[in-house]
Design a protein around this ligand. Structure first.
Ligand SMILES: Nc1ncnc2c1ncn2[C@@H]1O[C@H](COP(=O)(O)OP(=O)(O)OP(=O)(O)O)[C@@H](O)[C@H]1O
Ligand SMILES: [Mg+2]
Length: 347
């Protein structure tokens, strides 16, 4: 069986909640990342934070969508943010805040029974790229090894602070970092902080291009990421999975397990990229690293509207959103299983 057939054949079992064995190394910290917007980074971070039970979720995207899901008052509150954790490493003399993470169940009732915590974002993260570059440039005047020590402290700022917060909370064993669609600034620091990457790719050509750009940014020796990482012996994070989002299936009678034409094209393209970049994967079988998520359709809209994890939606539920009636249809069960499968294999 070819790799493409491999990916497809297991979809039927996953849809029915029968999860195939995938022997993955497990990691503590994952960064959800792709250099493109609207592809599912935040949606995945939100749903996996729920399924993971004891997760620290870190919102490094200045748009703050994940923070809003956790606390609908987020945009009205000026809480201490992930930016306040990073800045003292860039600007000498600033005090280092502690105990920043909040219990999600305090502000989102769907998480009351979960040990999920989060570190909120800040819209001012838009300024971080310039501040980061300026701090890095200032180290170039220092003598070795002071220079390397100073540089490492900057690049590992987010990593150190996440570890400290996890220790302080005590109840979390997992971490998910949501990122913006841009590399410079907090995303770059997330790559230095993370053990492995989860890369959502939407079934469109721009998302495939972004995947290629991400891989180039991750591996190019002269690129912004490796430029510092190589000298300082910082490892390049491996790719745990590409999650192809917004997948659709053929509606032709009898074709119970056949992707629609668009989905098929992008499964093949994504697989091809993984196959060409095997050394970046956490195992040596690329077909193990391609995961599919169906288009959430109305369920996704209701989930976002209510800040309610997909896992808690039931077929038949409906809501009026922007004066239109939106319903959760039967397909939500398959989407839930696909998300549970991802959750099962990463931790
Ligand atoms: N299978 C799916 N996976 C993820 N999102 C989906 C899926 N199907 C539909 N959606 C919808 O697609 C949208 C994805 O938006 P999301 O905010 O998660 O993207 P993002 O990558 O975080 O964007 P940004 O870079 O702007 O932060 C949501 O409205 C979500 O409901
Ligand atoms: Mg987002």
């Amino acid at each position: 069986m070819g790799a493409y057939e491999n990916v497809i054949s297991r979809q039927f079992d996953i849809a029915n909640g029968e999860f195939p064995e995938v022997n993955f190394p497990k990691f503590q910290k994952y960064t959800l990342c792709n250099l493109r917007g609207g592809i599912g980074k935040t949606t995945l971070a939100f749903n996996l934070s729920y399924l993971g039970d004891d997760v620290l979720a870190v919102d490094t995207c200045p748009q703050g969508n994940l923070s809003f899901f956790f606390d609908n008052q987020y945009y009205n509150n000026a809480s201490t943010s992930v930016r306040d954790l990073i800045l003292p490493y860039l600007i000498p003399g600033l005090g280092k805040p502690t105990h920043i993470a909040s219990f999600v169940g305090a502000t989102n009732k769907f998480f009351e029974d979960k040990q999920t915590y989060y570190i909120p974002s800040s819209s001012e993260l838009y300024l971080l790229p310039a501040q980061l570059i300026s701090a890095i440039n200032q180290t170039s005047g220092l003598q070795s090894p002071t220079r390397e020590t100073a540089l490492l402290s900057i690049l590992h700022s987010l990593r150190n602070e996440i570890d400290r917060e996890m220790d302080e909370i005590g109840k979390v064993s997992k971490c998910l970092i949501d990122t913006s669609p841009f590399f410079a600034g907090a995303t770059q620091l997330s790559w230095y902080a993370t053990d492995a990457l989860i890369i959502p790719v939407r079934t469109d050509q721009q998302s495939i291009k972004s995947l290629e750009l991400l891989i180039q940014t991750l591996t190019s020796p002269q690129g912004e990421f490796r430029k510092y990482a190589t000298d300082l012996n910082i490892p390049t994070p491996k790719i745990q999975m590409v999650v192809l989002t917004h997948c659709g299936w053929s509606t032709v009678a009898g074709a119970r397990n056949k992707p629609n034409q668009q989905t098929e094209v992008y499964i093949r393209k994504a697989y091809d990229i993984l196959n060409r970049n095997r050394t970046l994967l956490t195992t040596d079988d690329p077909s193990n690293h391609l995961f599919l998520l169906d288009d959430f359709l109305g369920s996704g809209r209701i989930s976002s509207f209510l800040s309610k994890p997909l896992e808690l939606l039931r077929p038949g539920e409906s809501r009026t959103i922007d004066r239109m009636k939106v319903s959760v249809n039967e397909s939500v069960t398959k989407c839930k299983h696909q998300l549970e499968f991802i959750n099962n294999v990463i931790w």
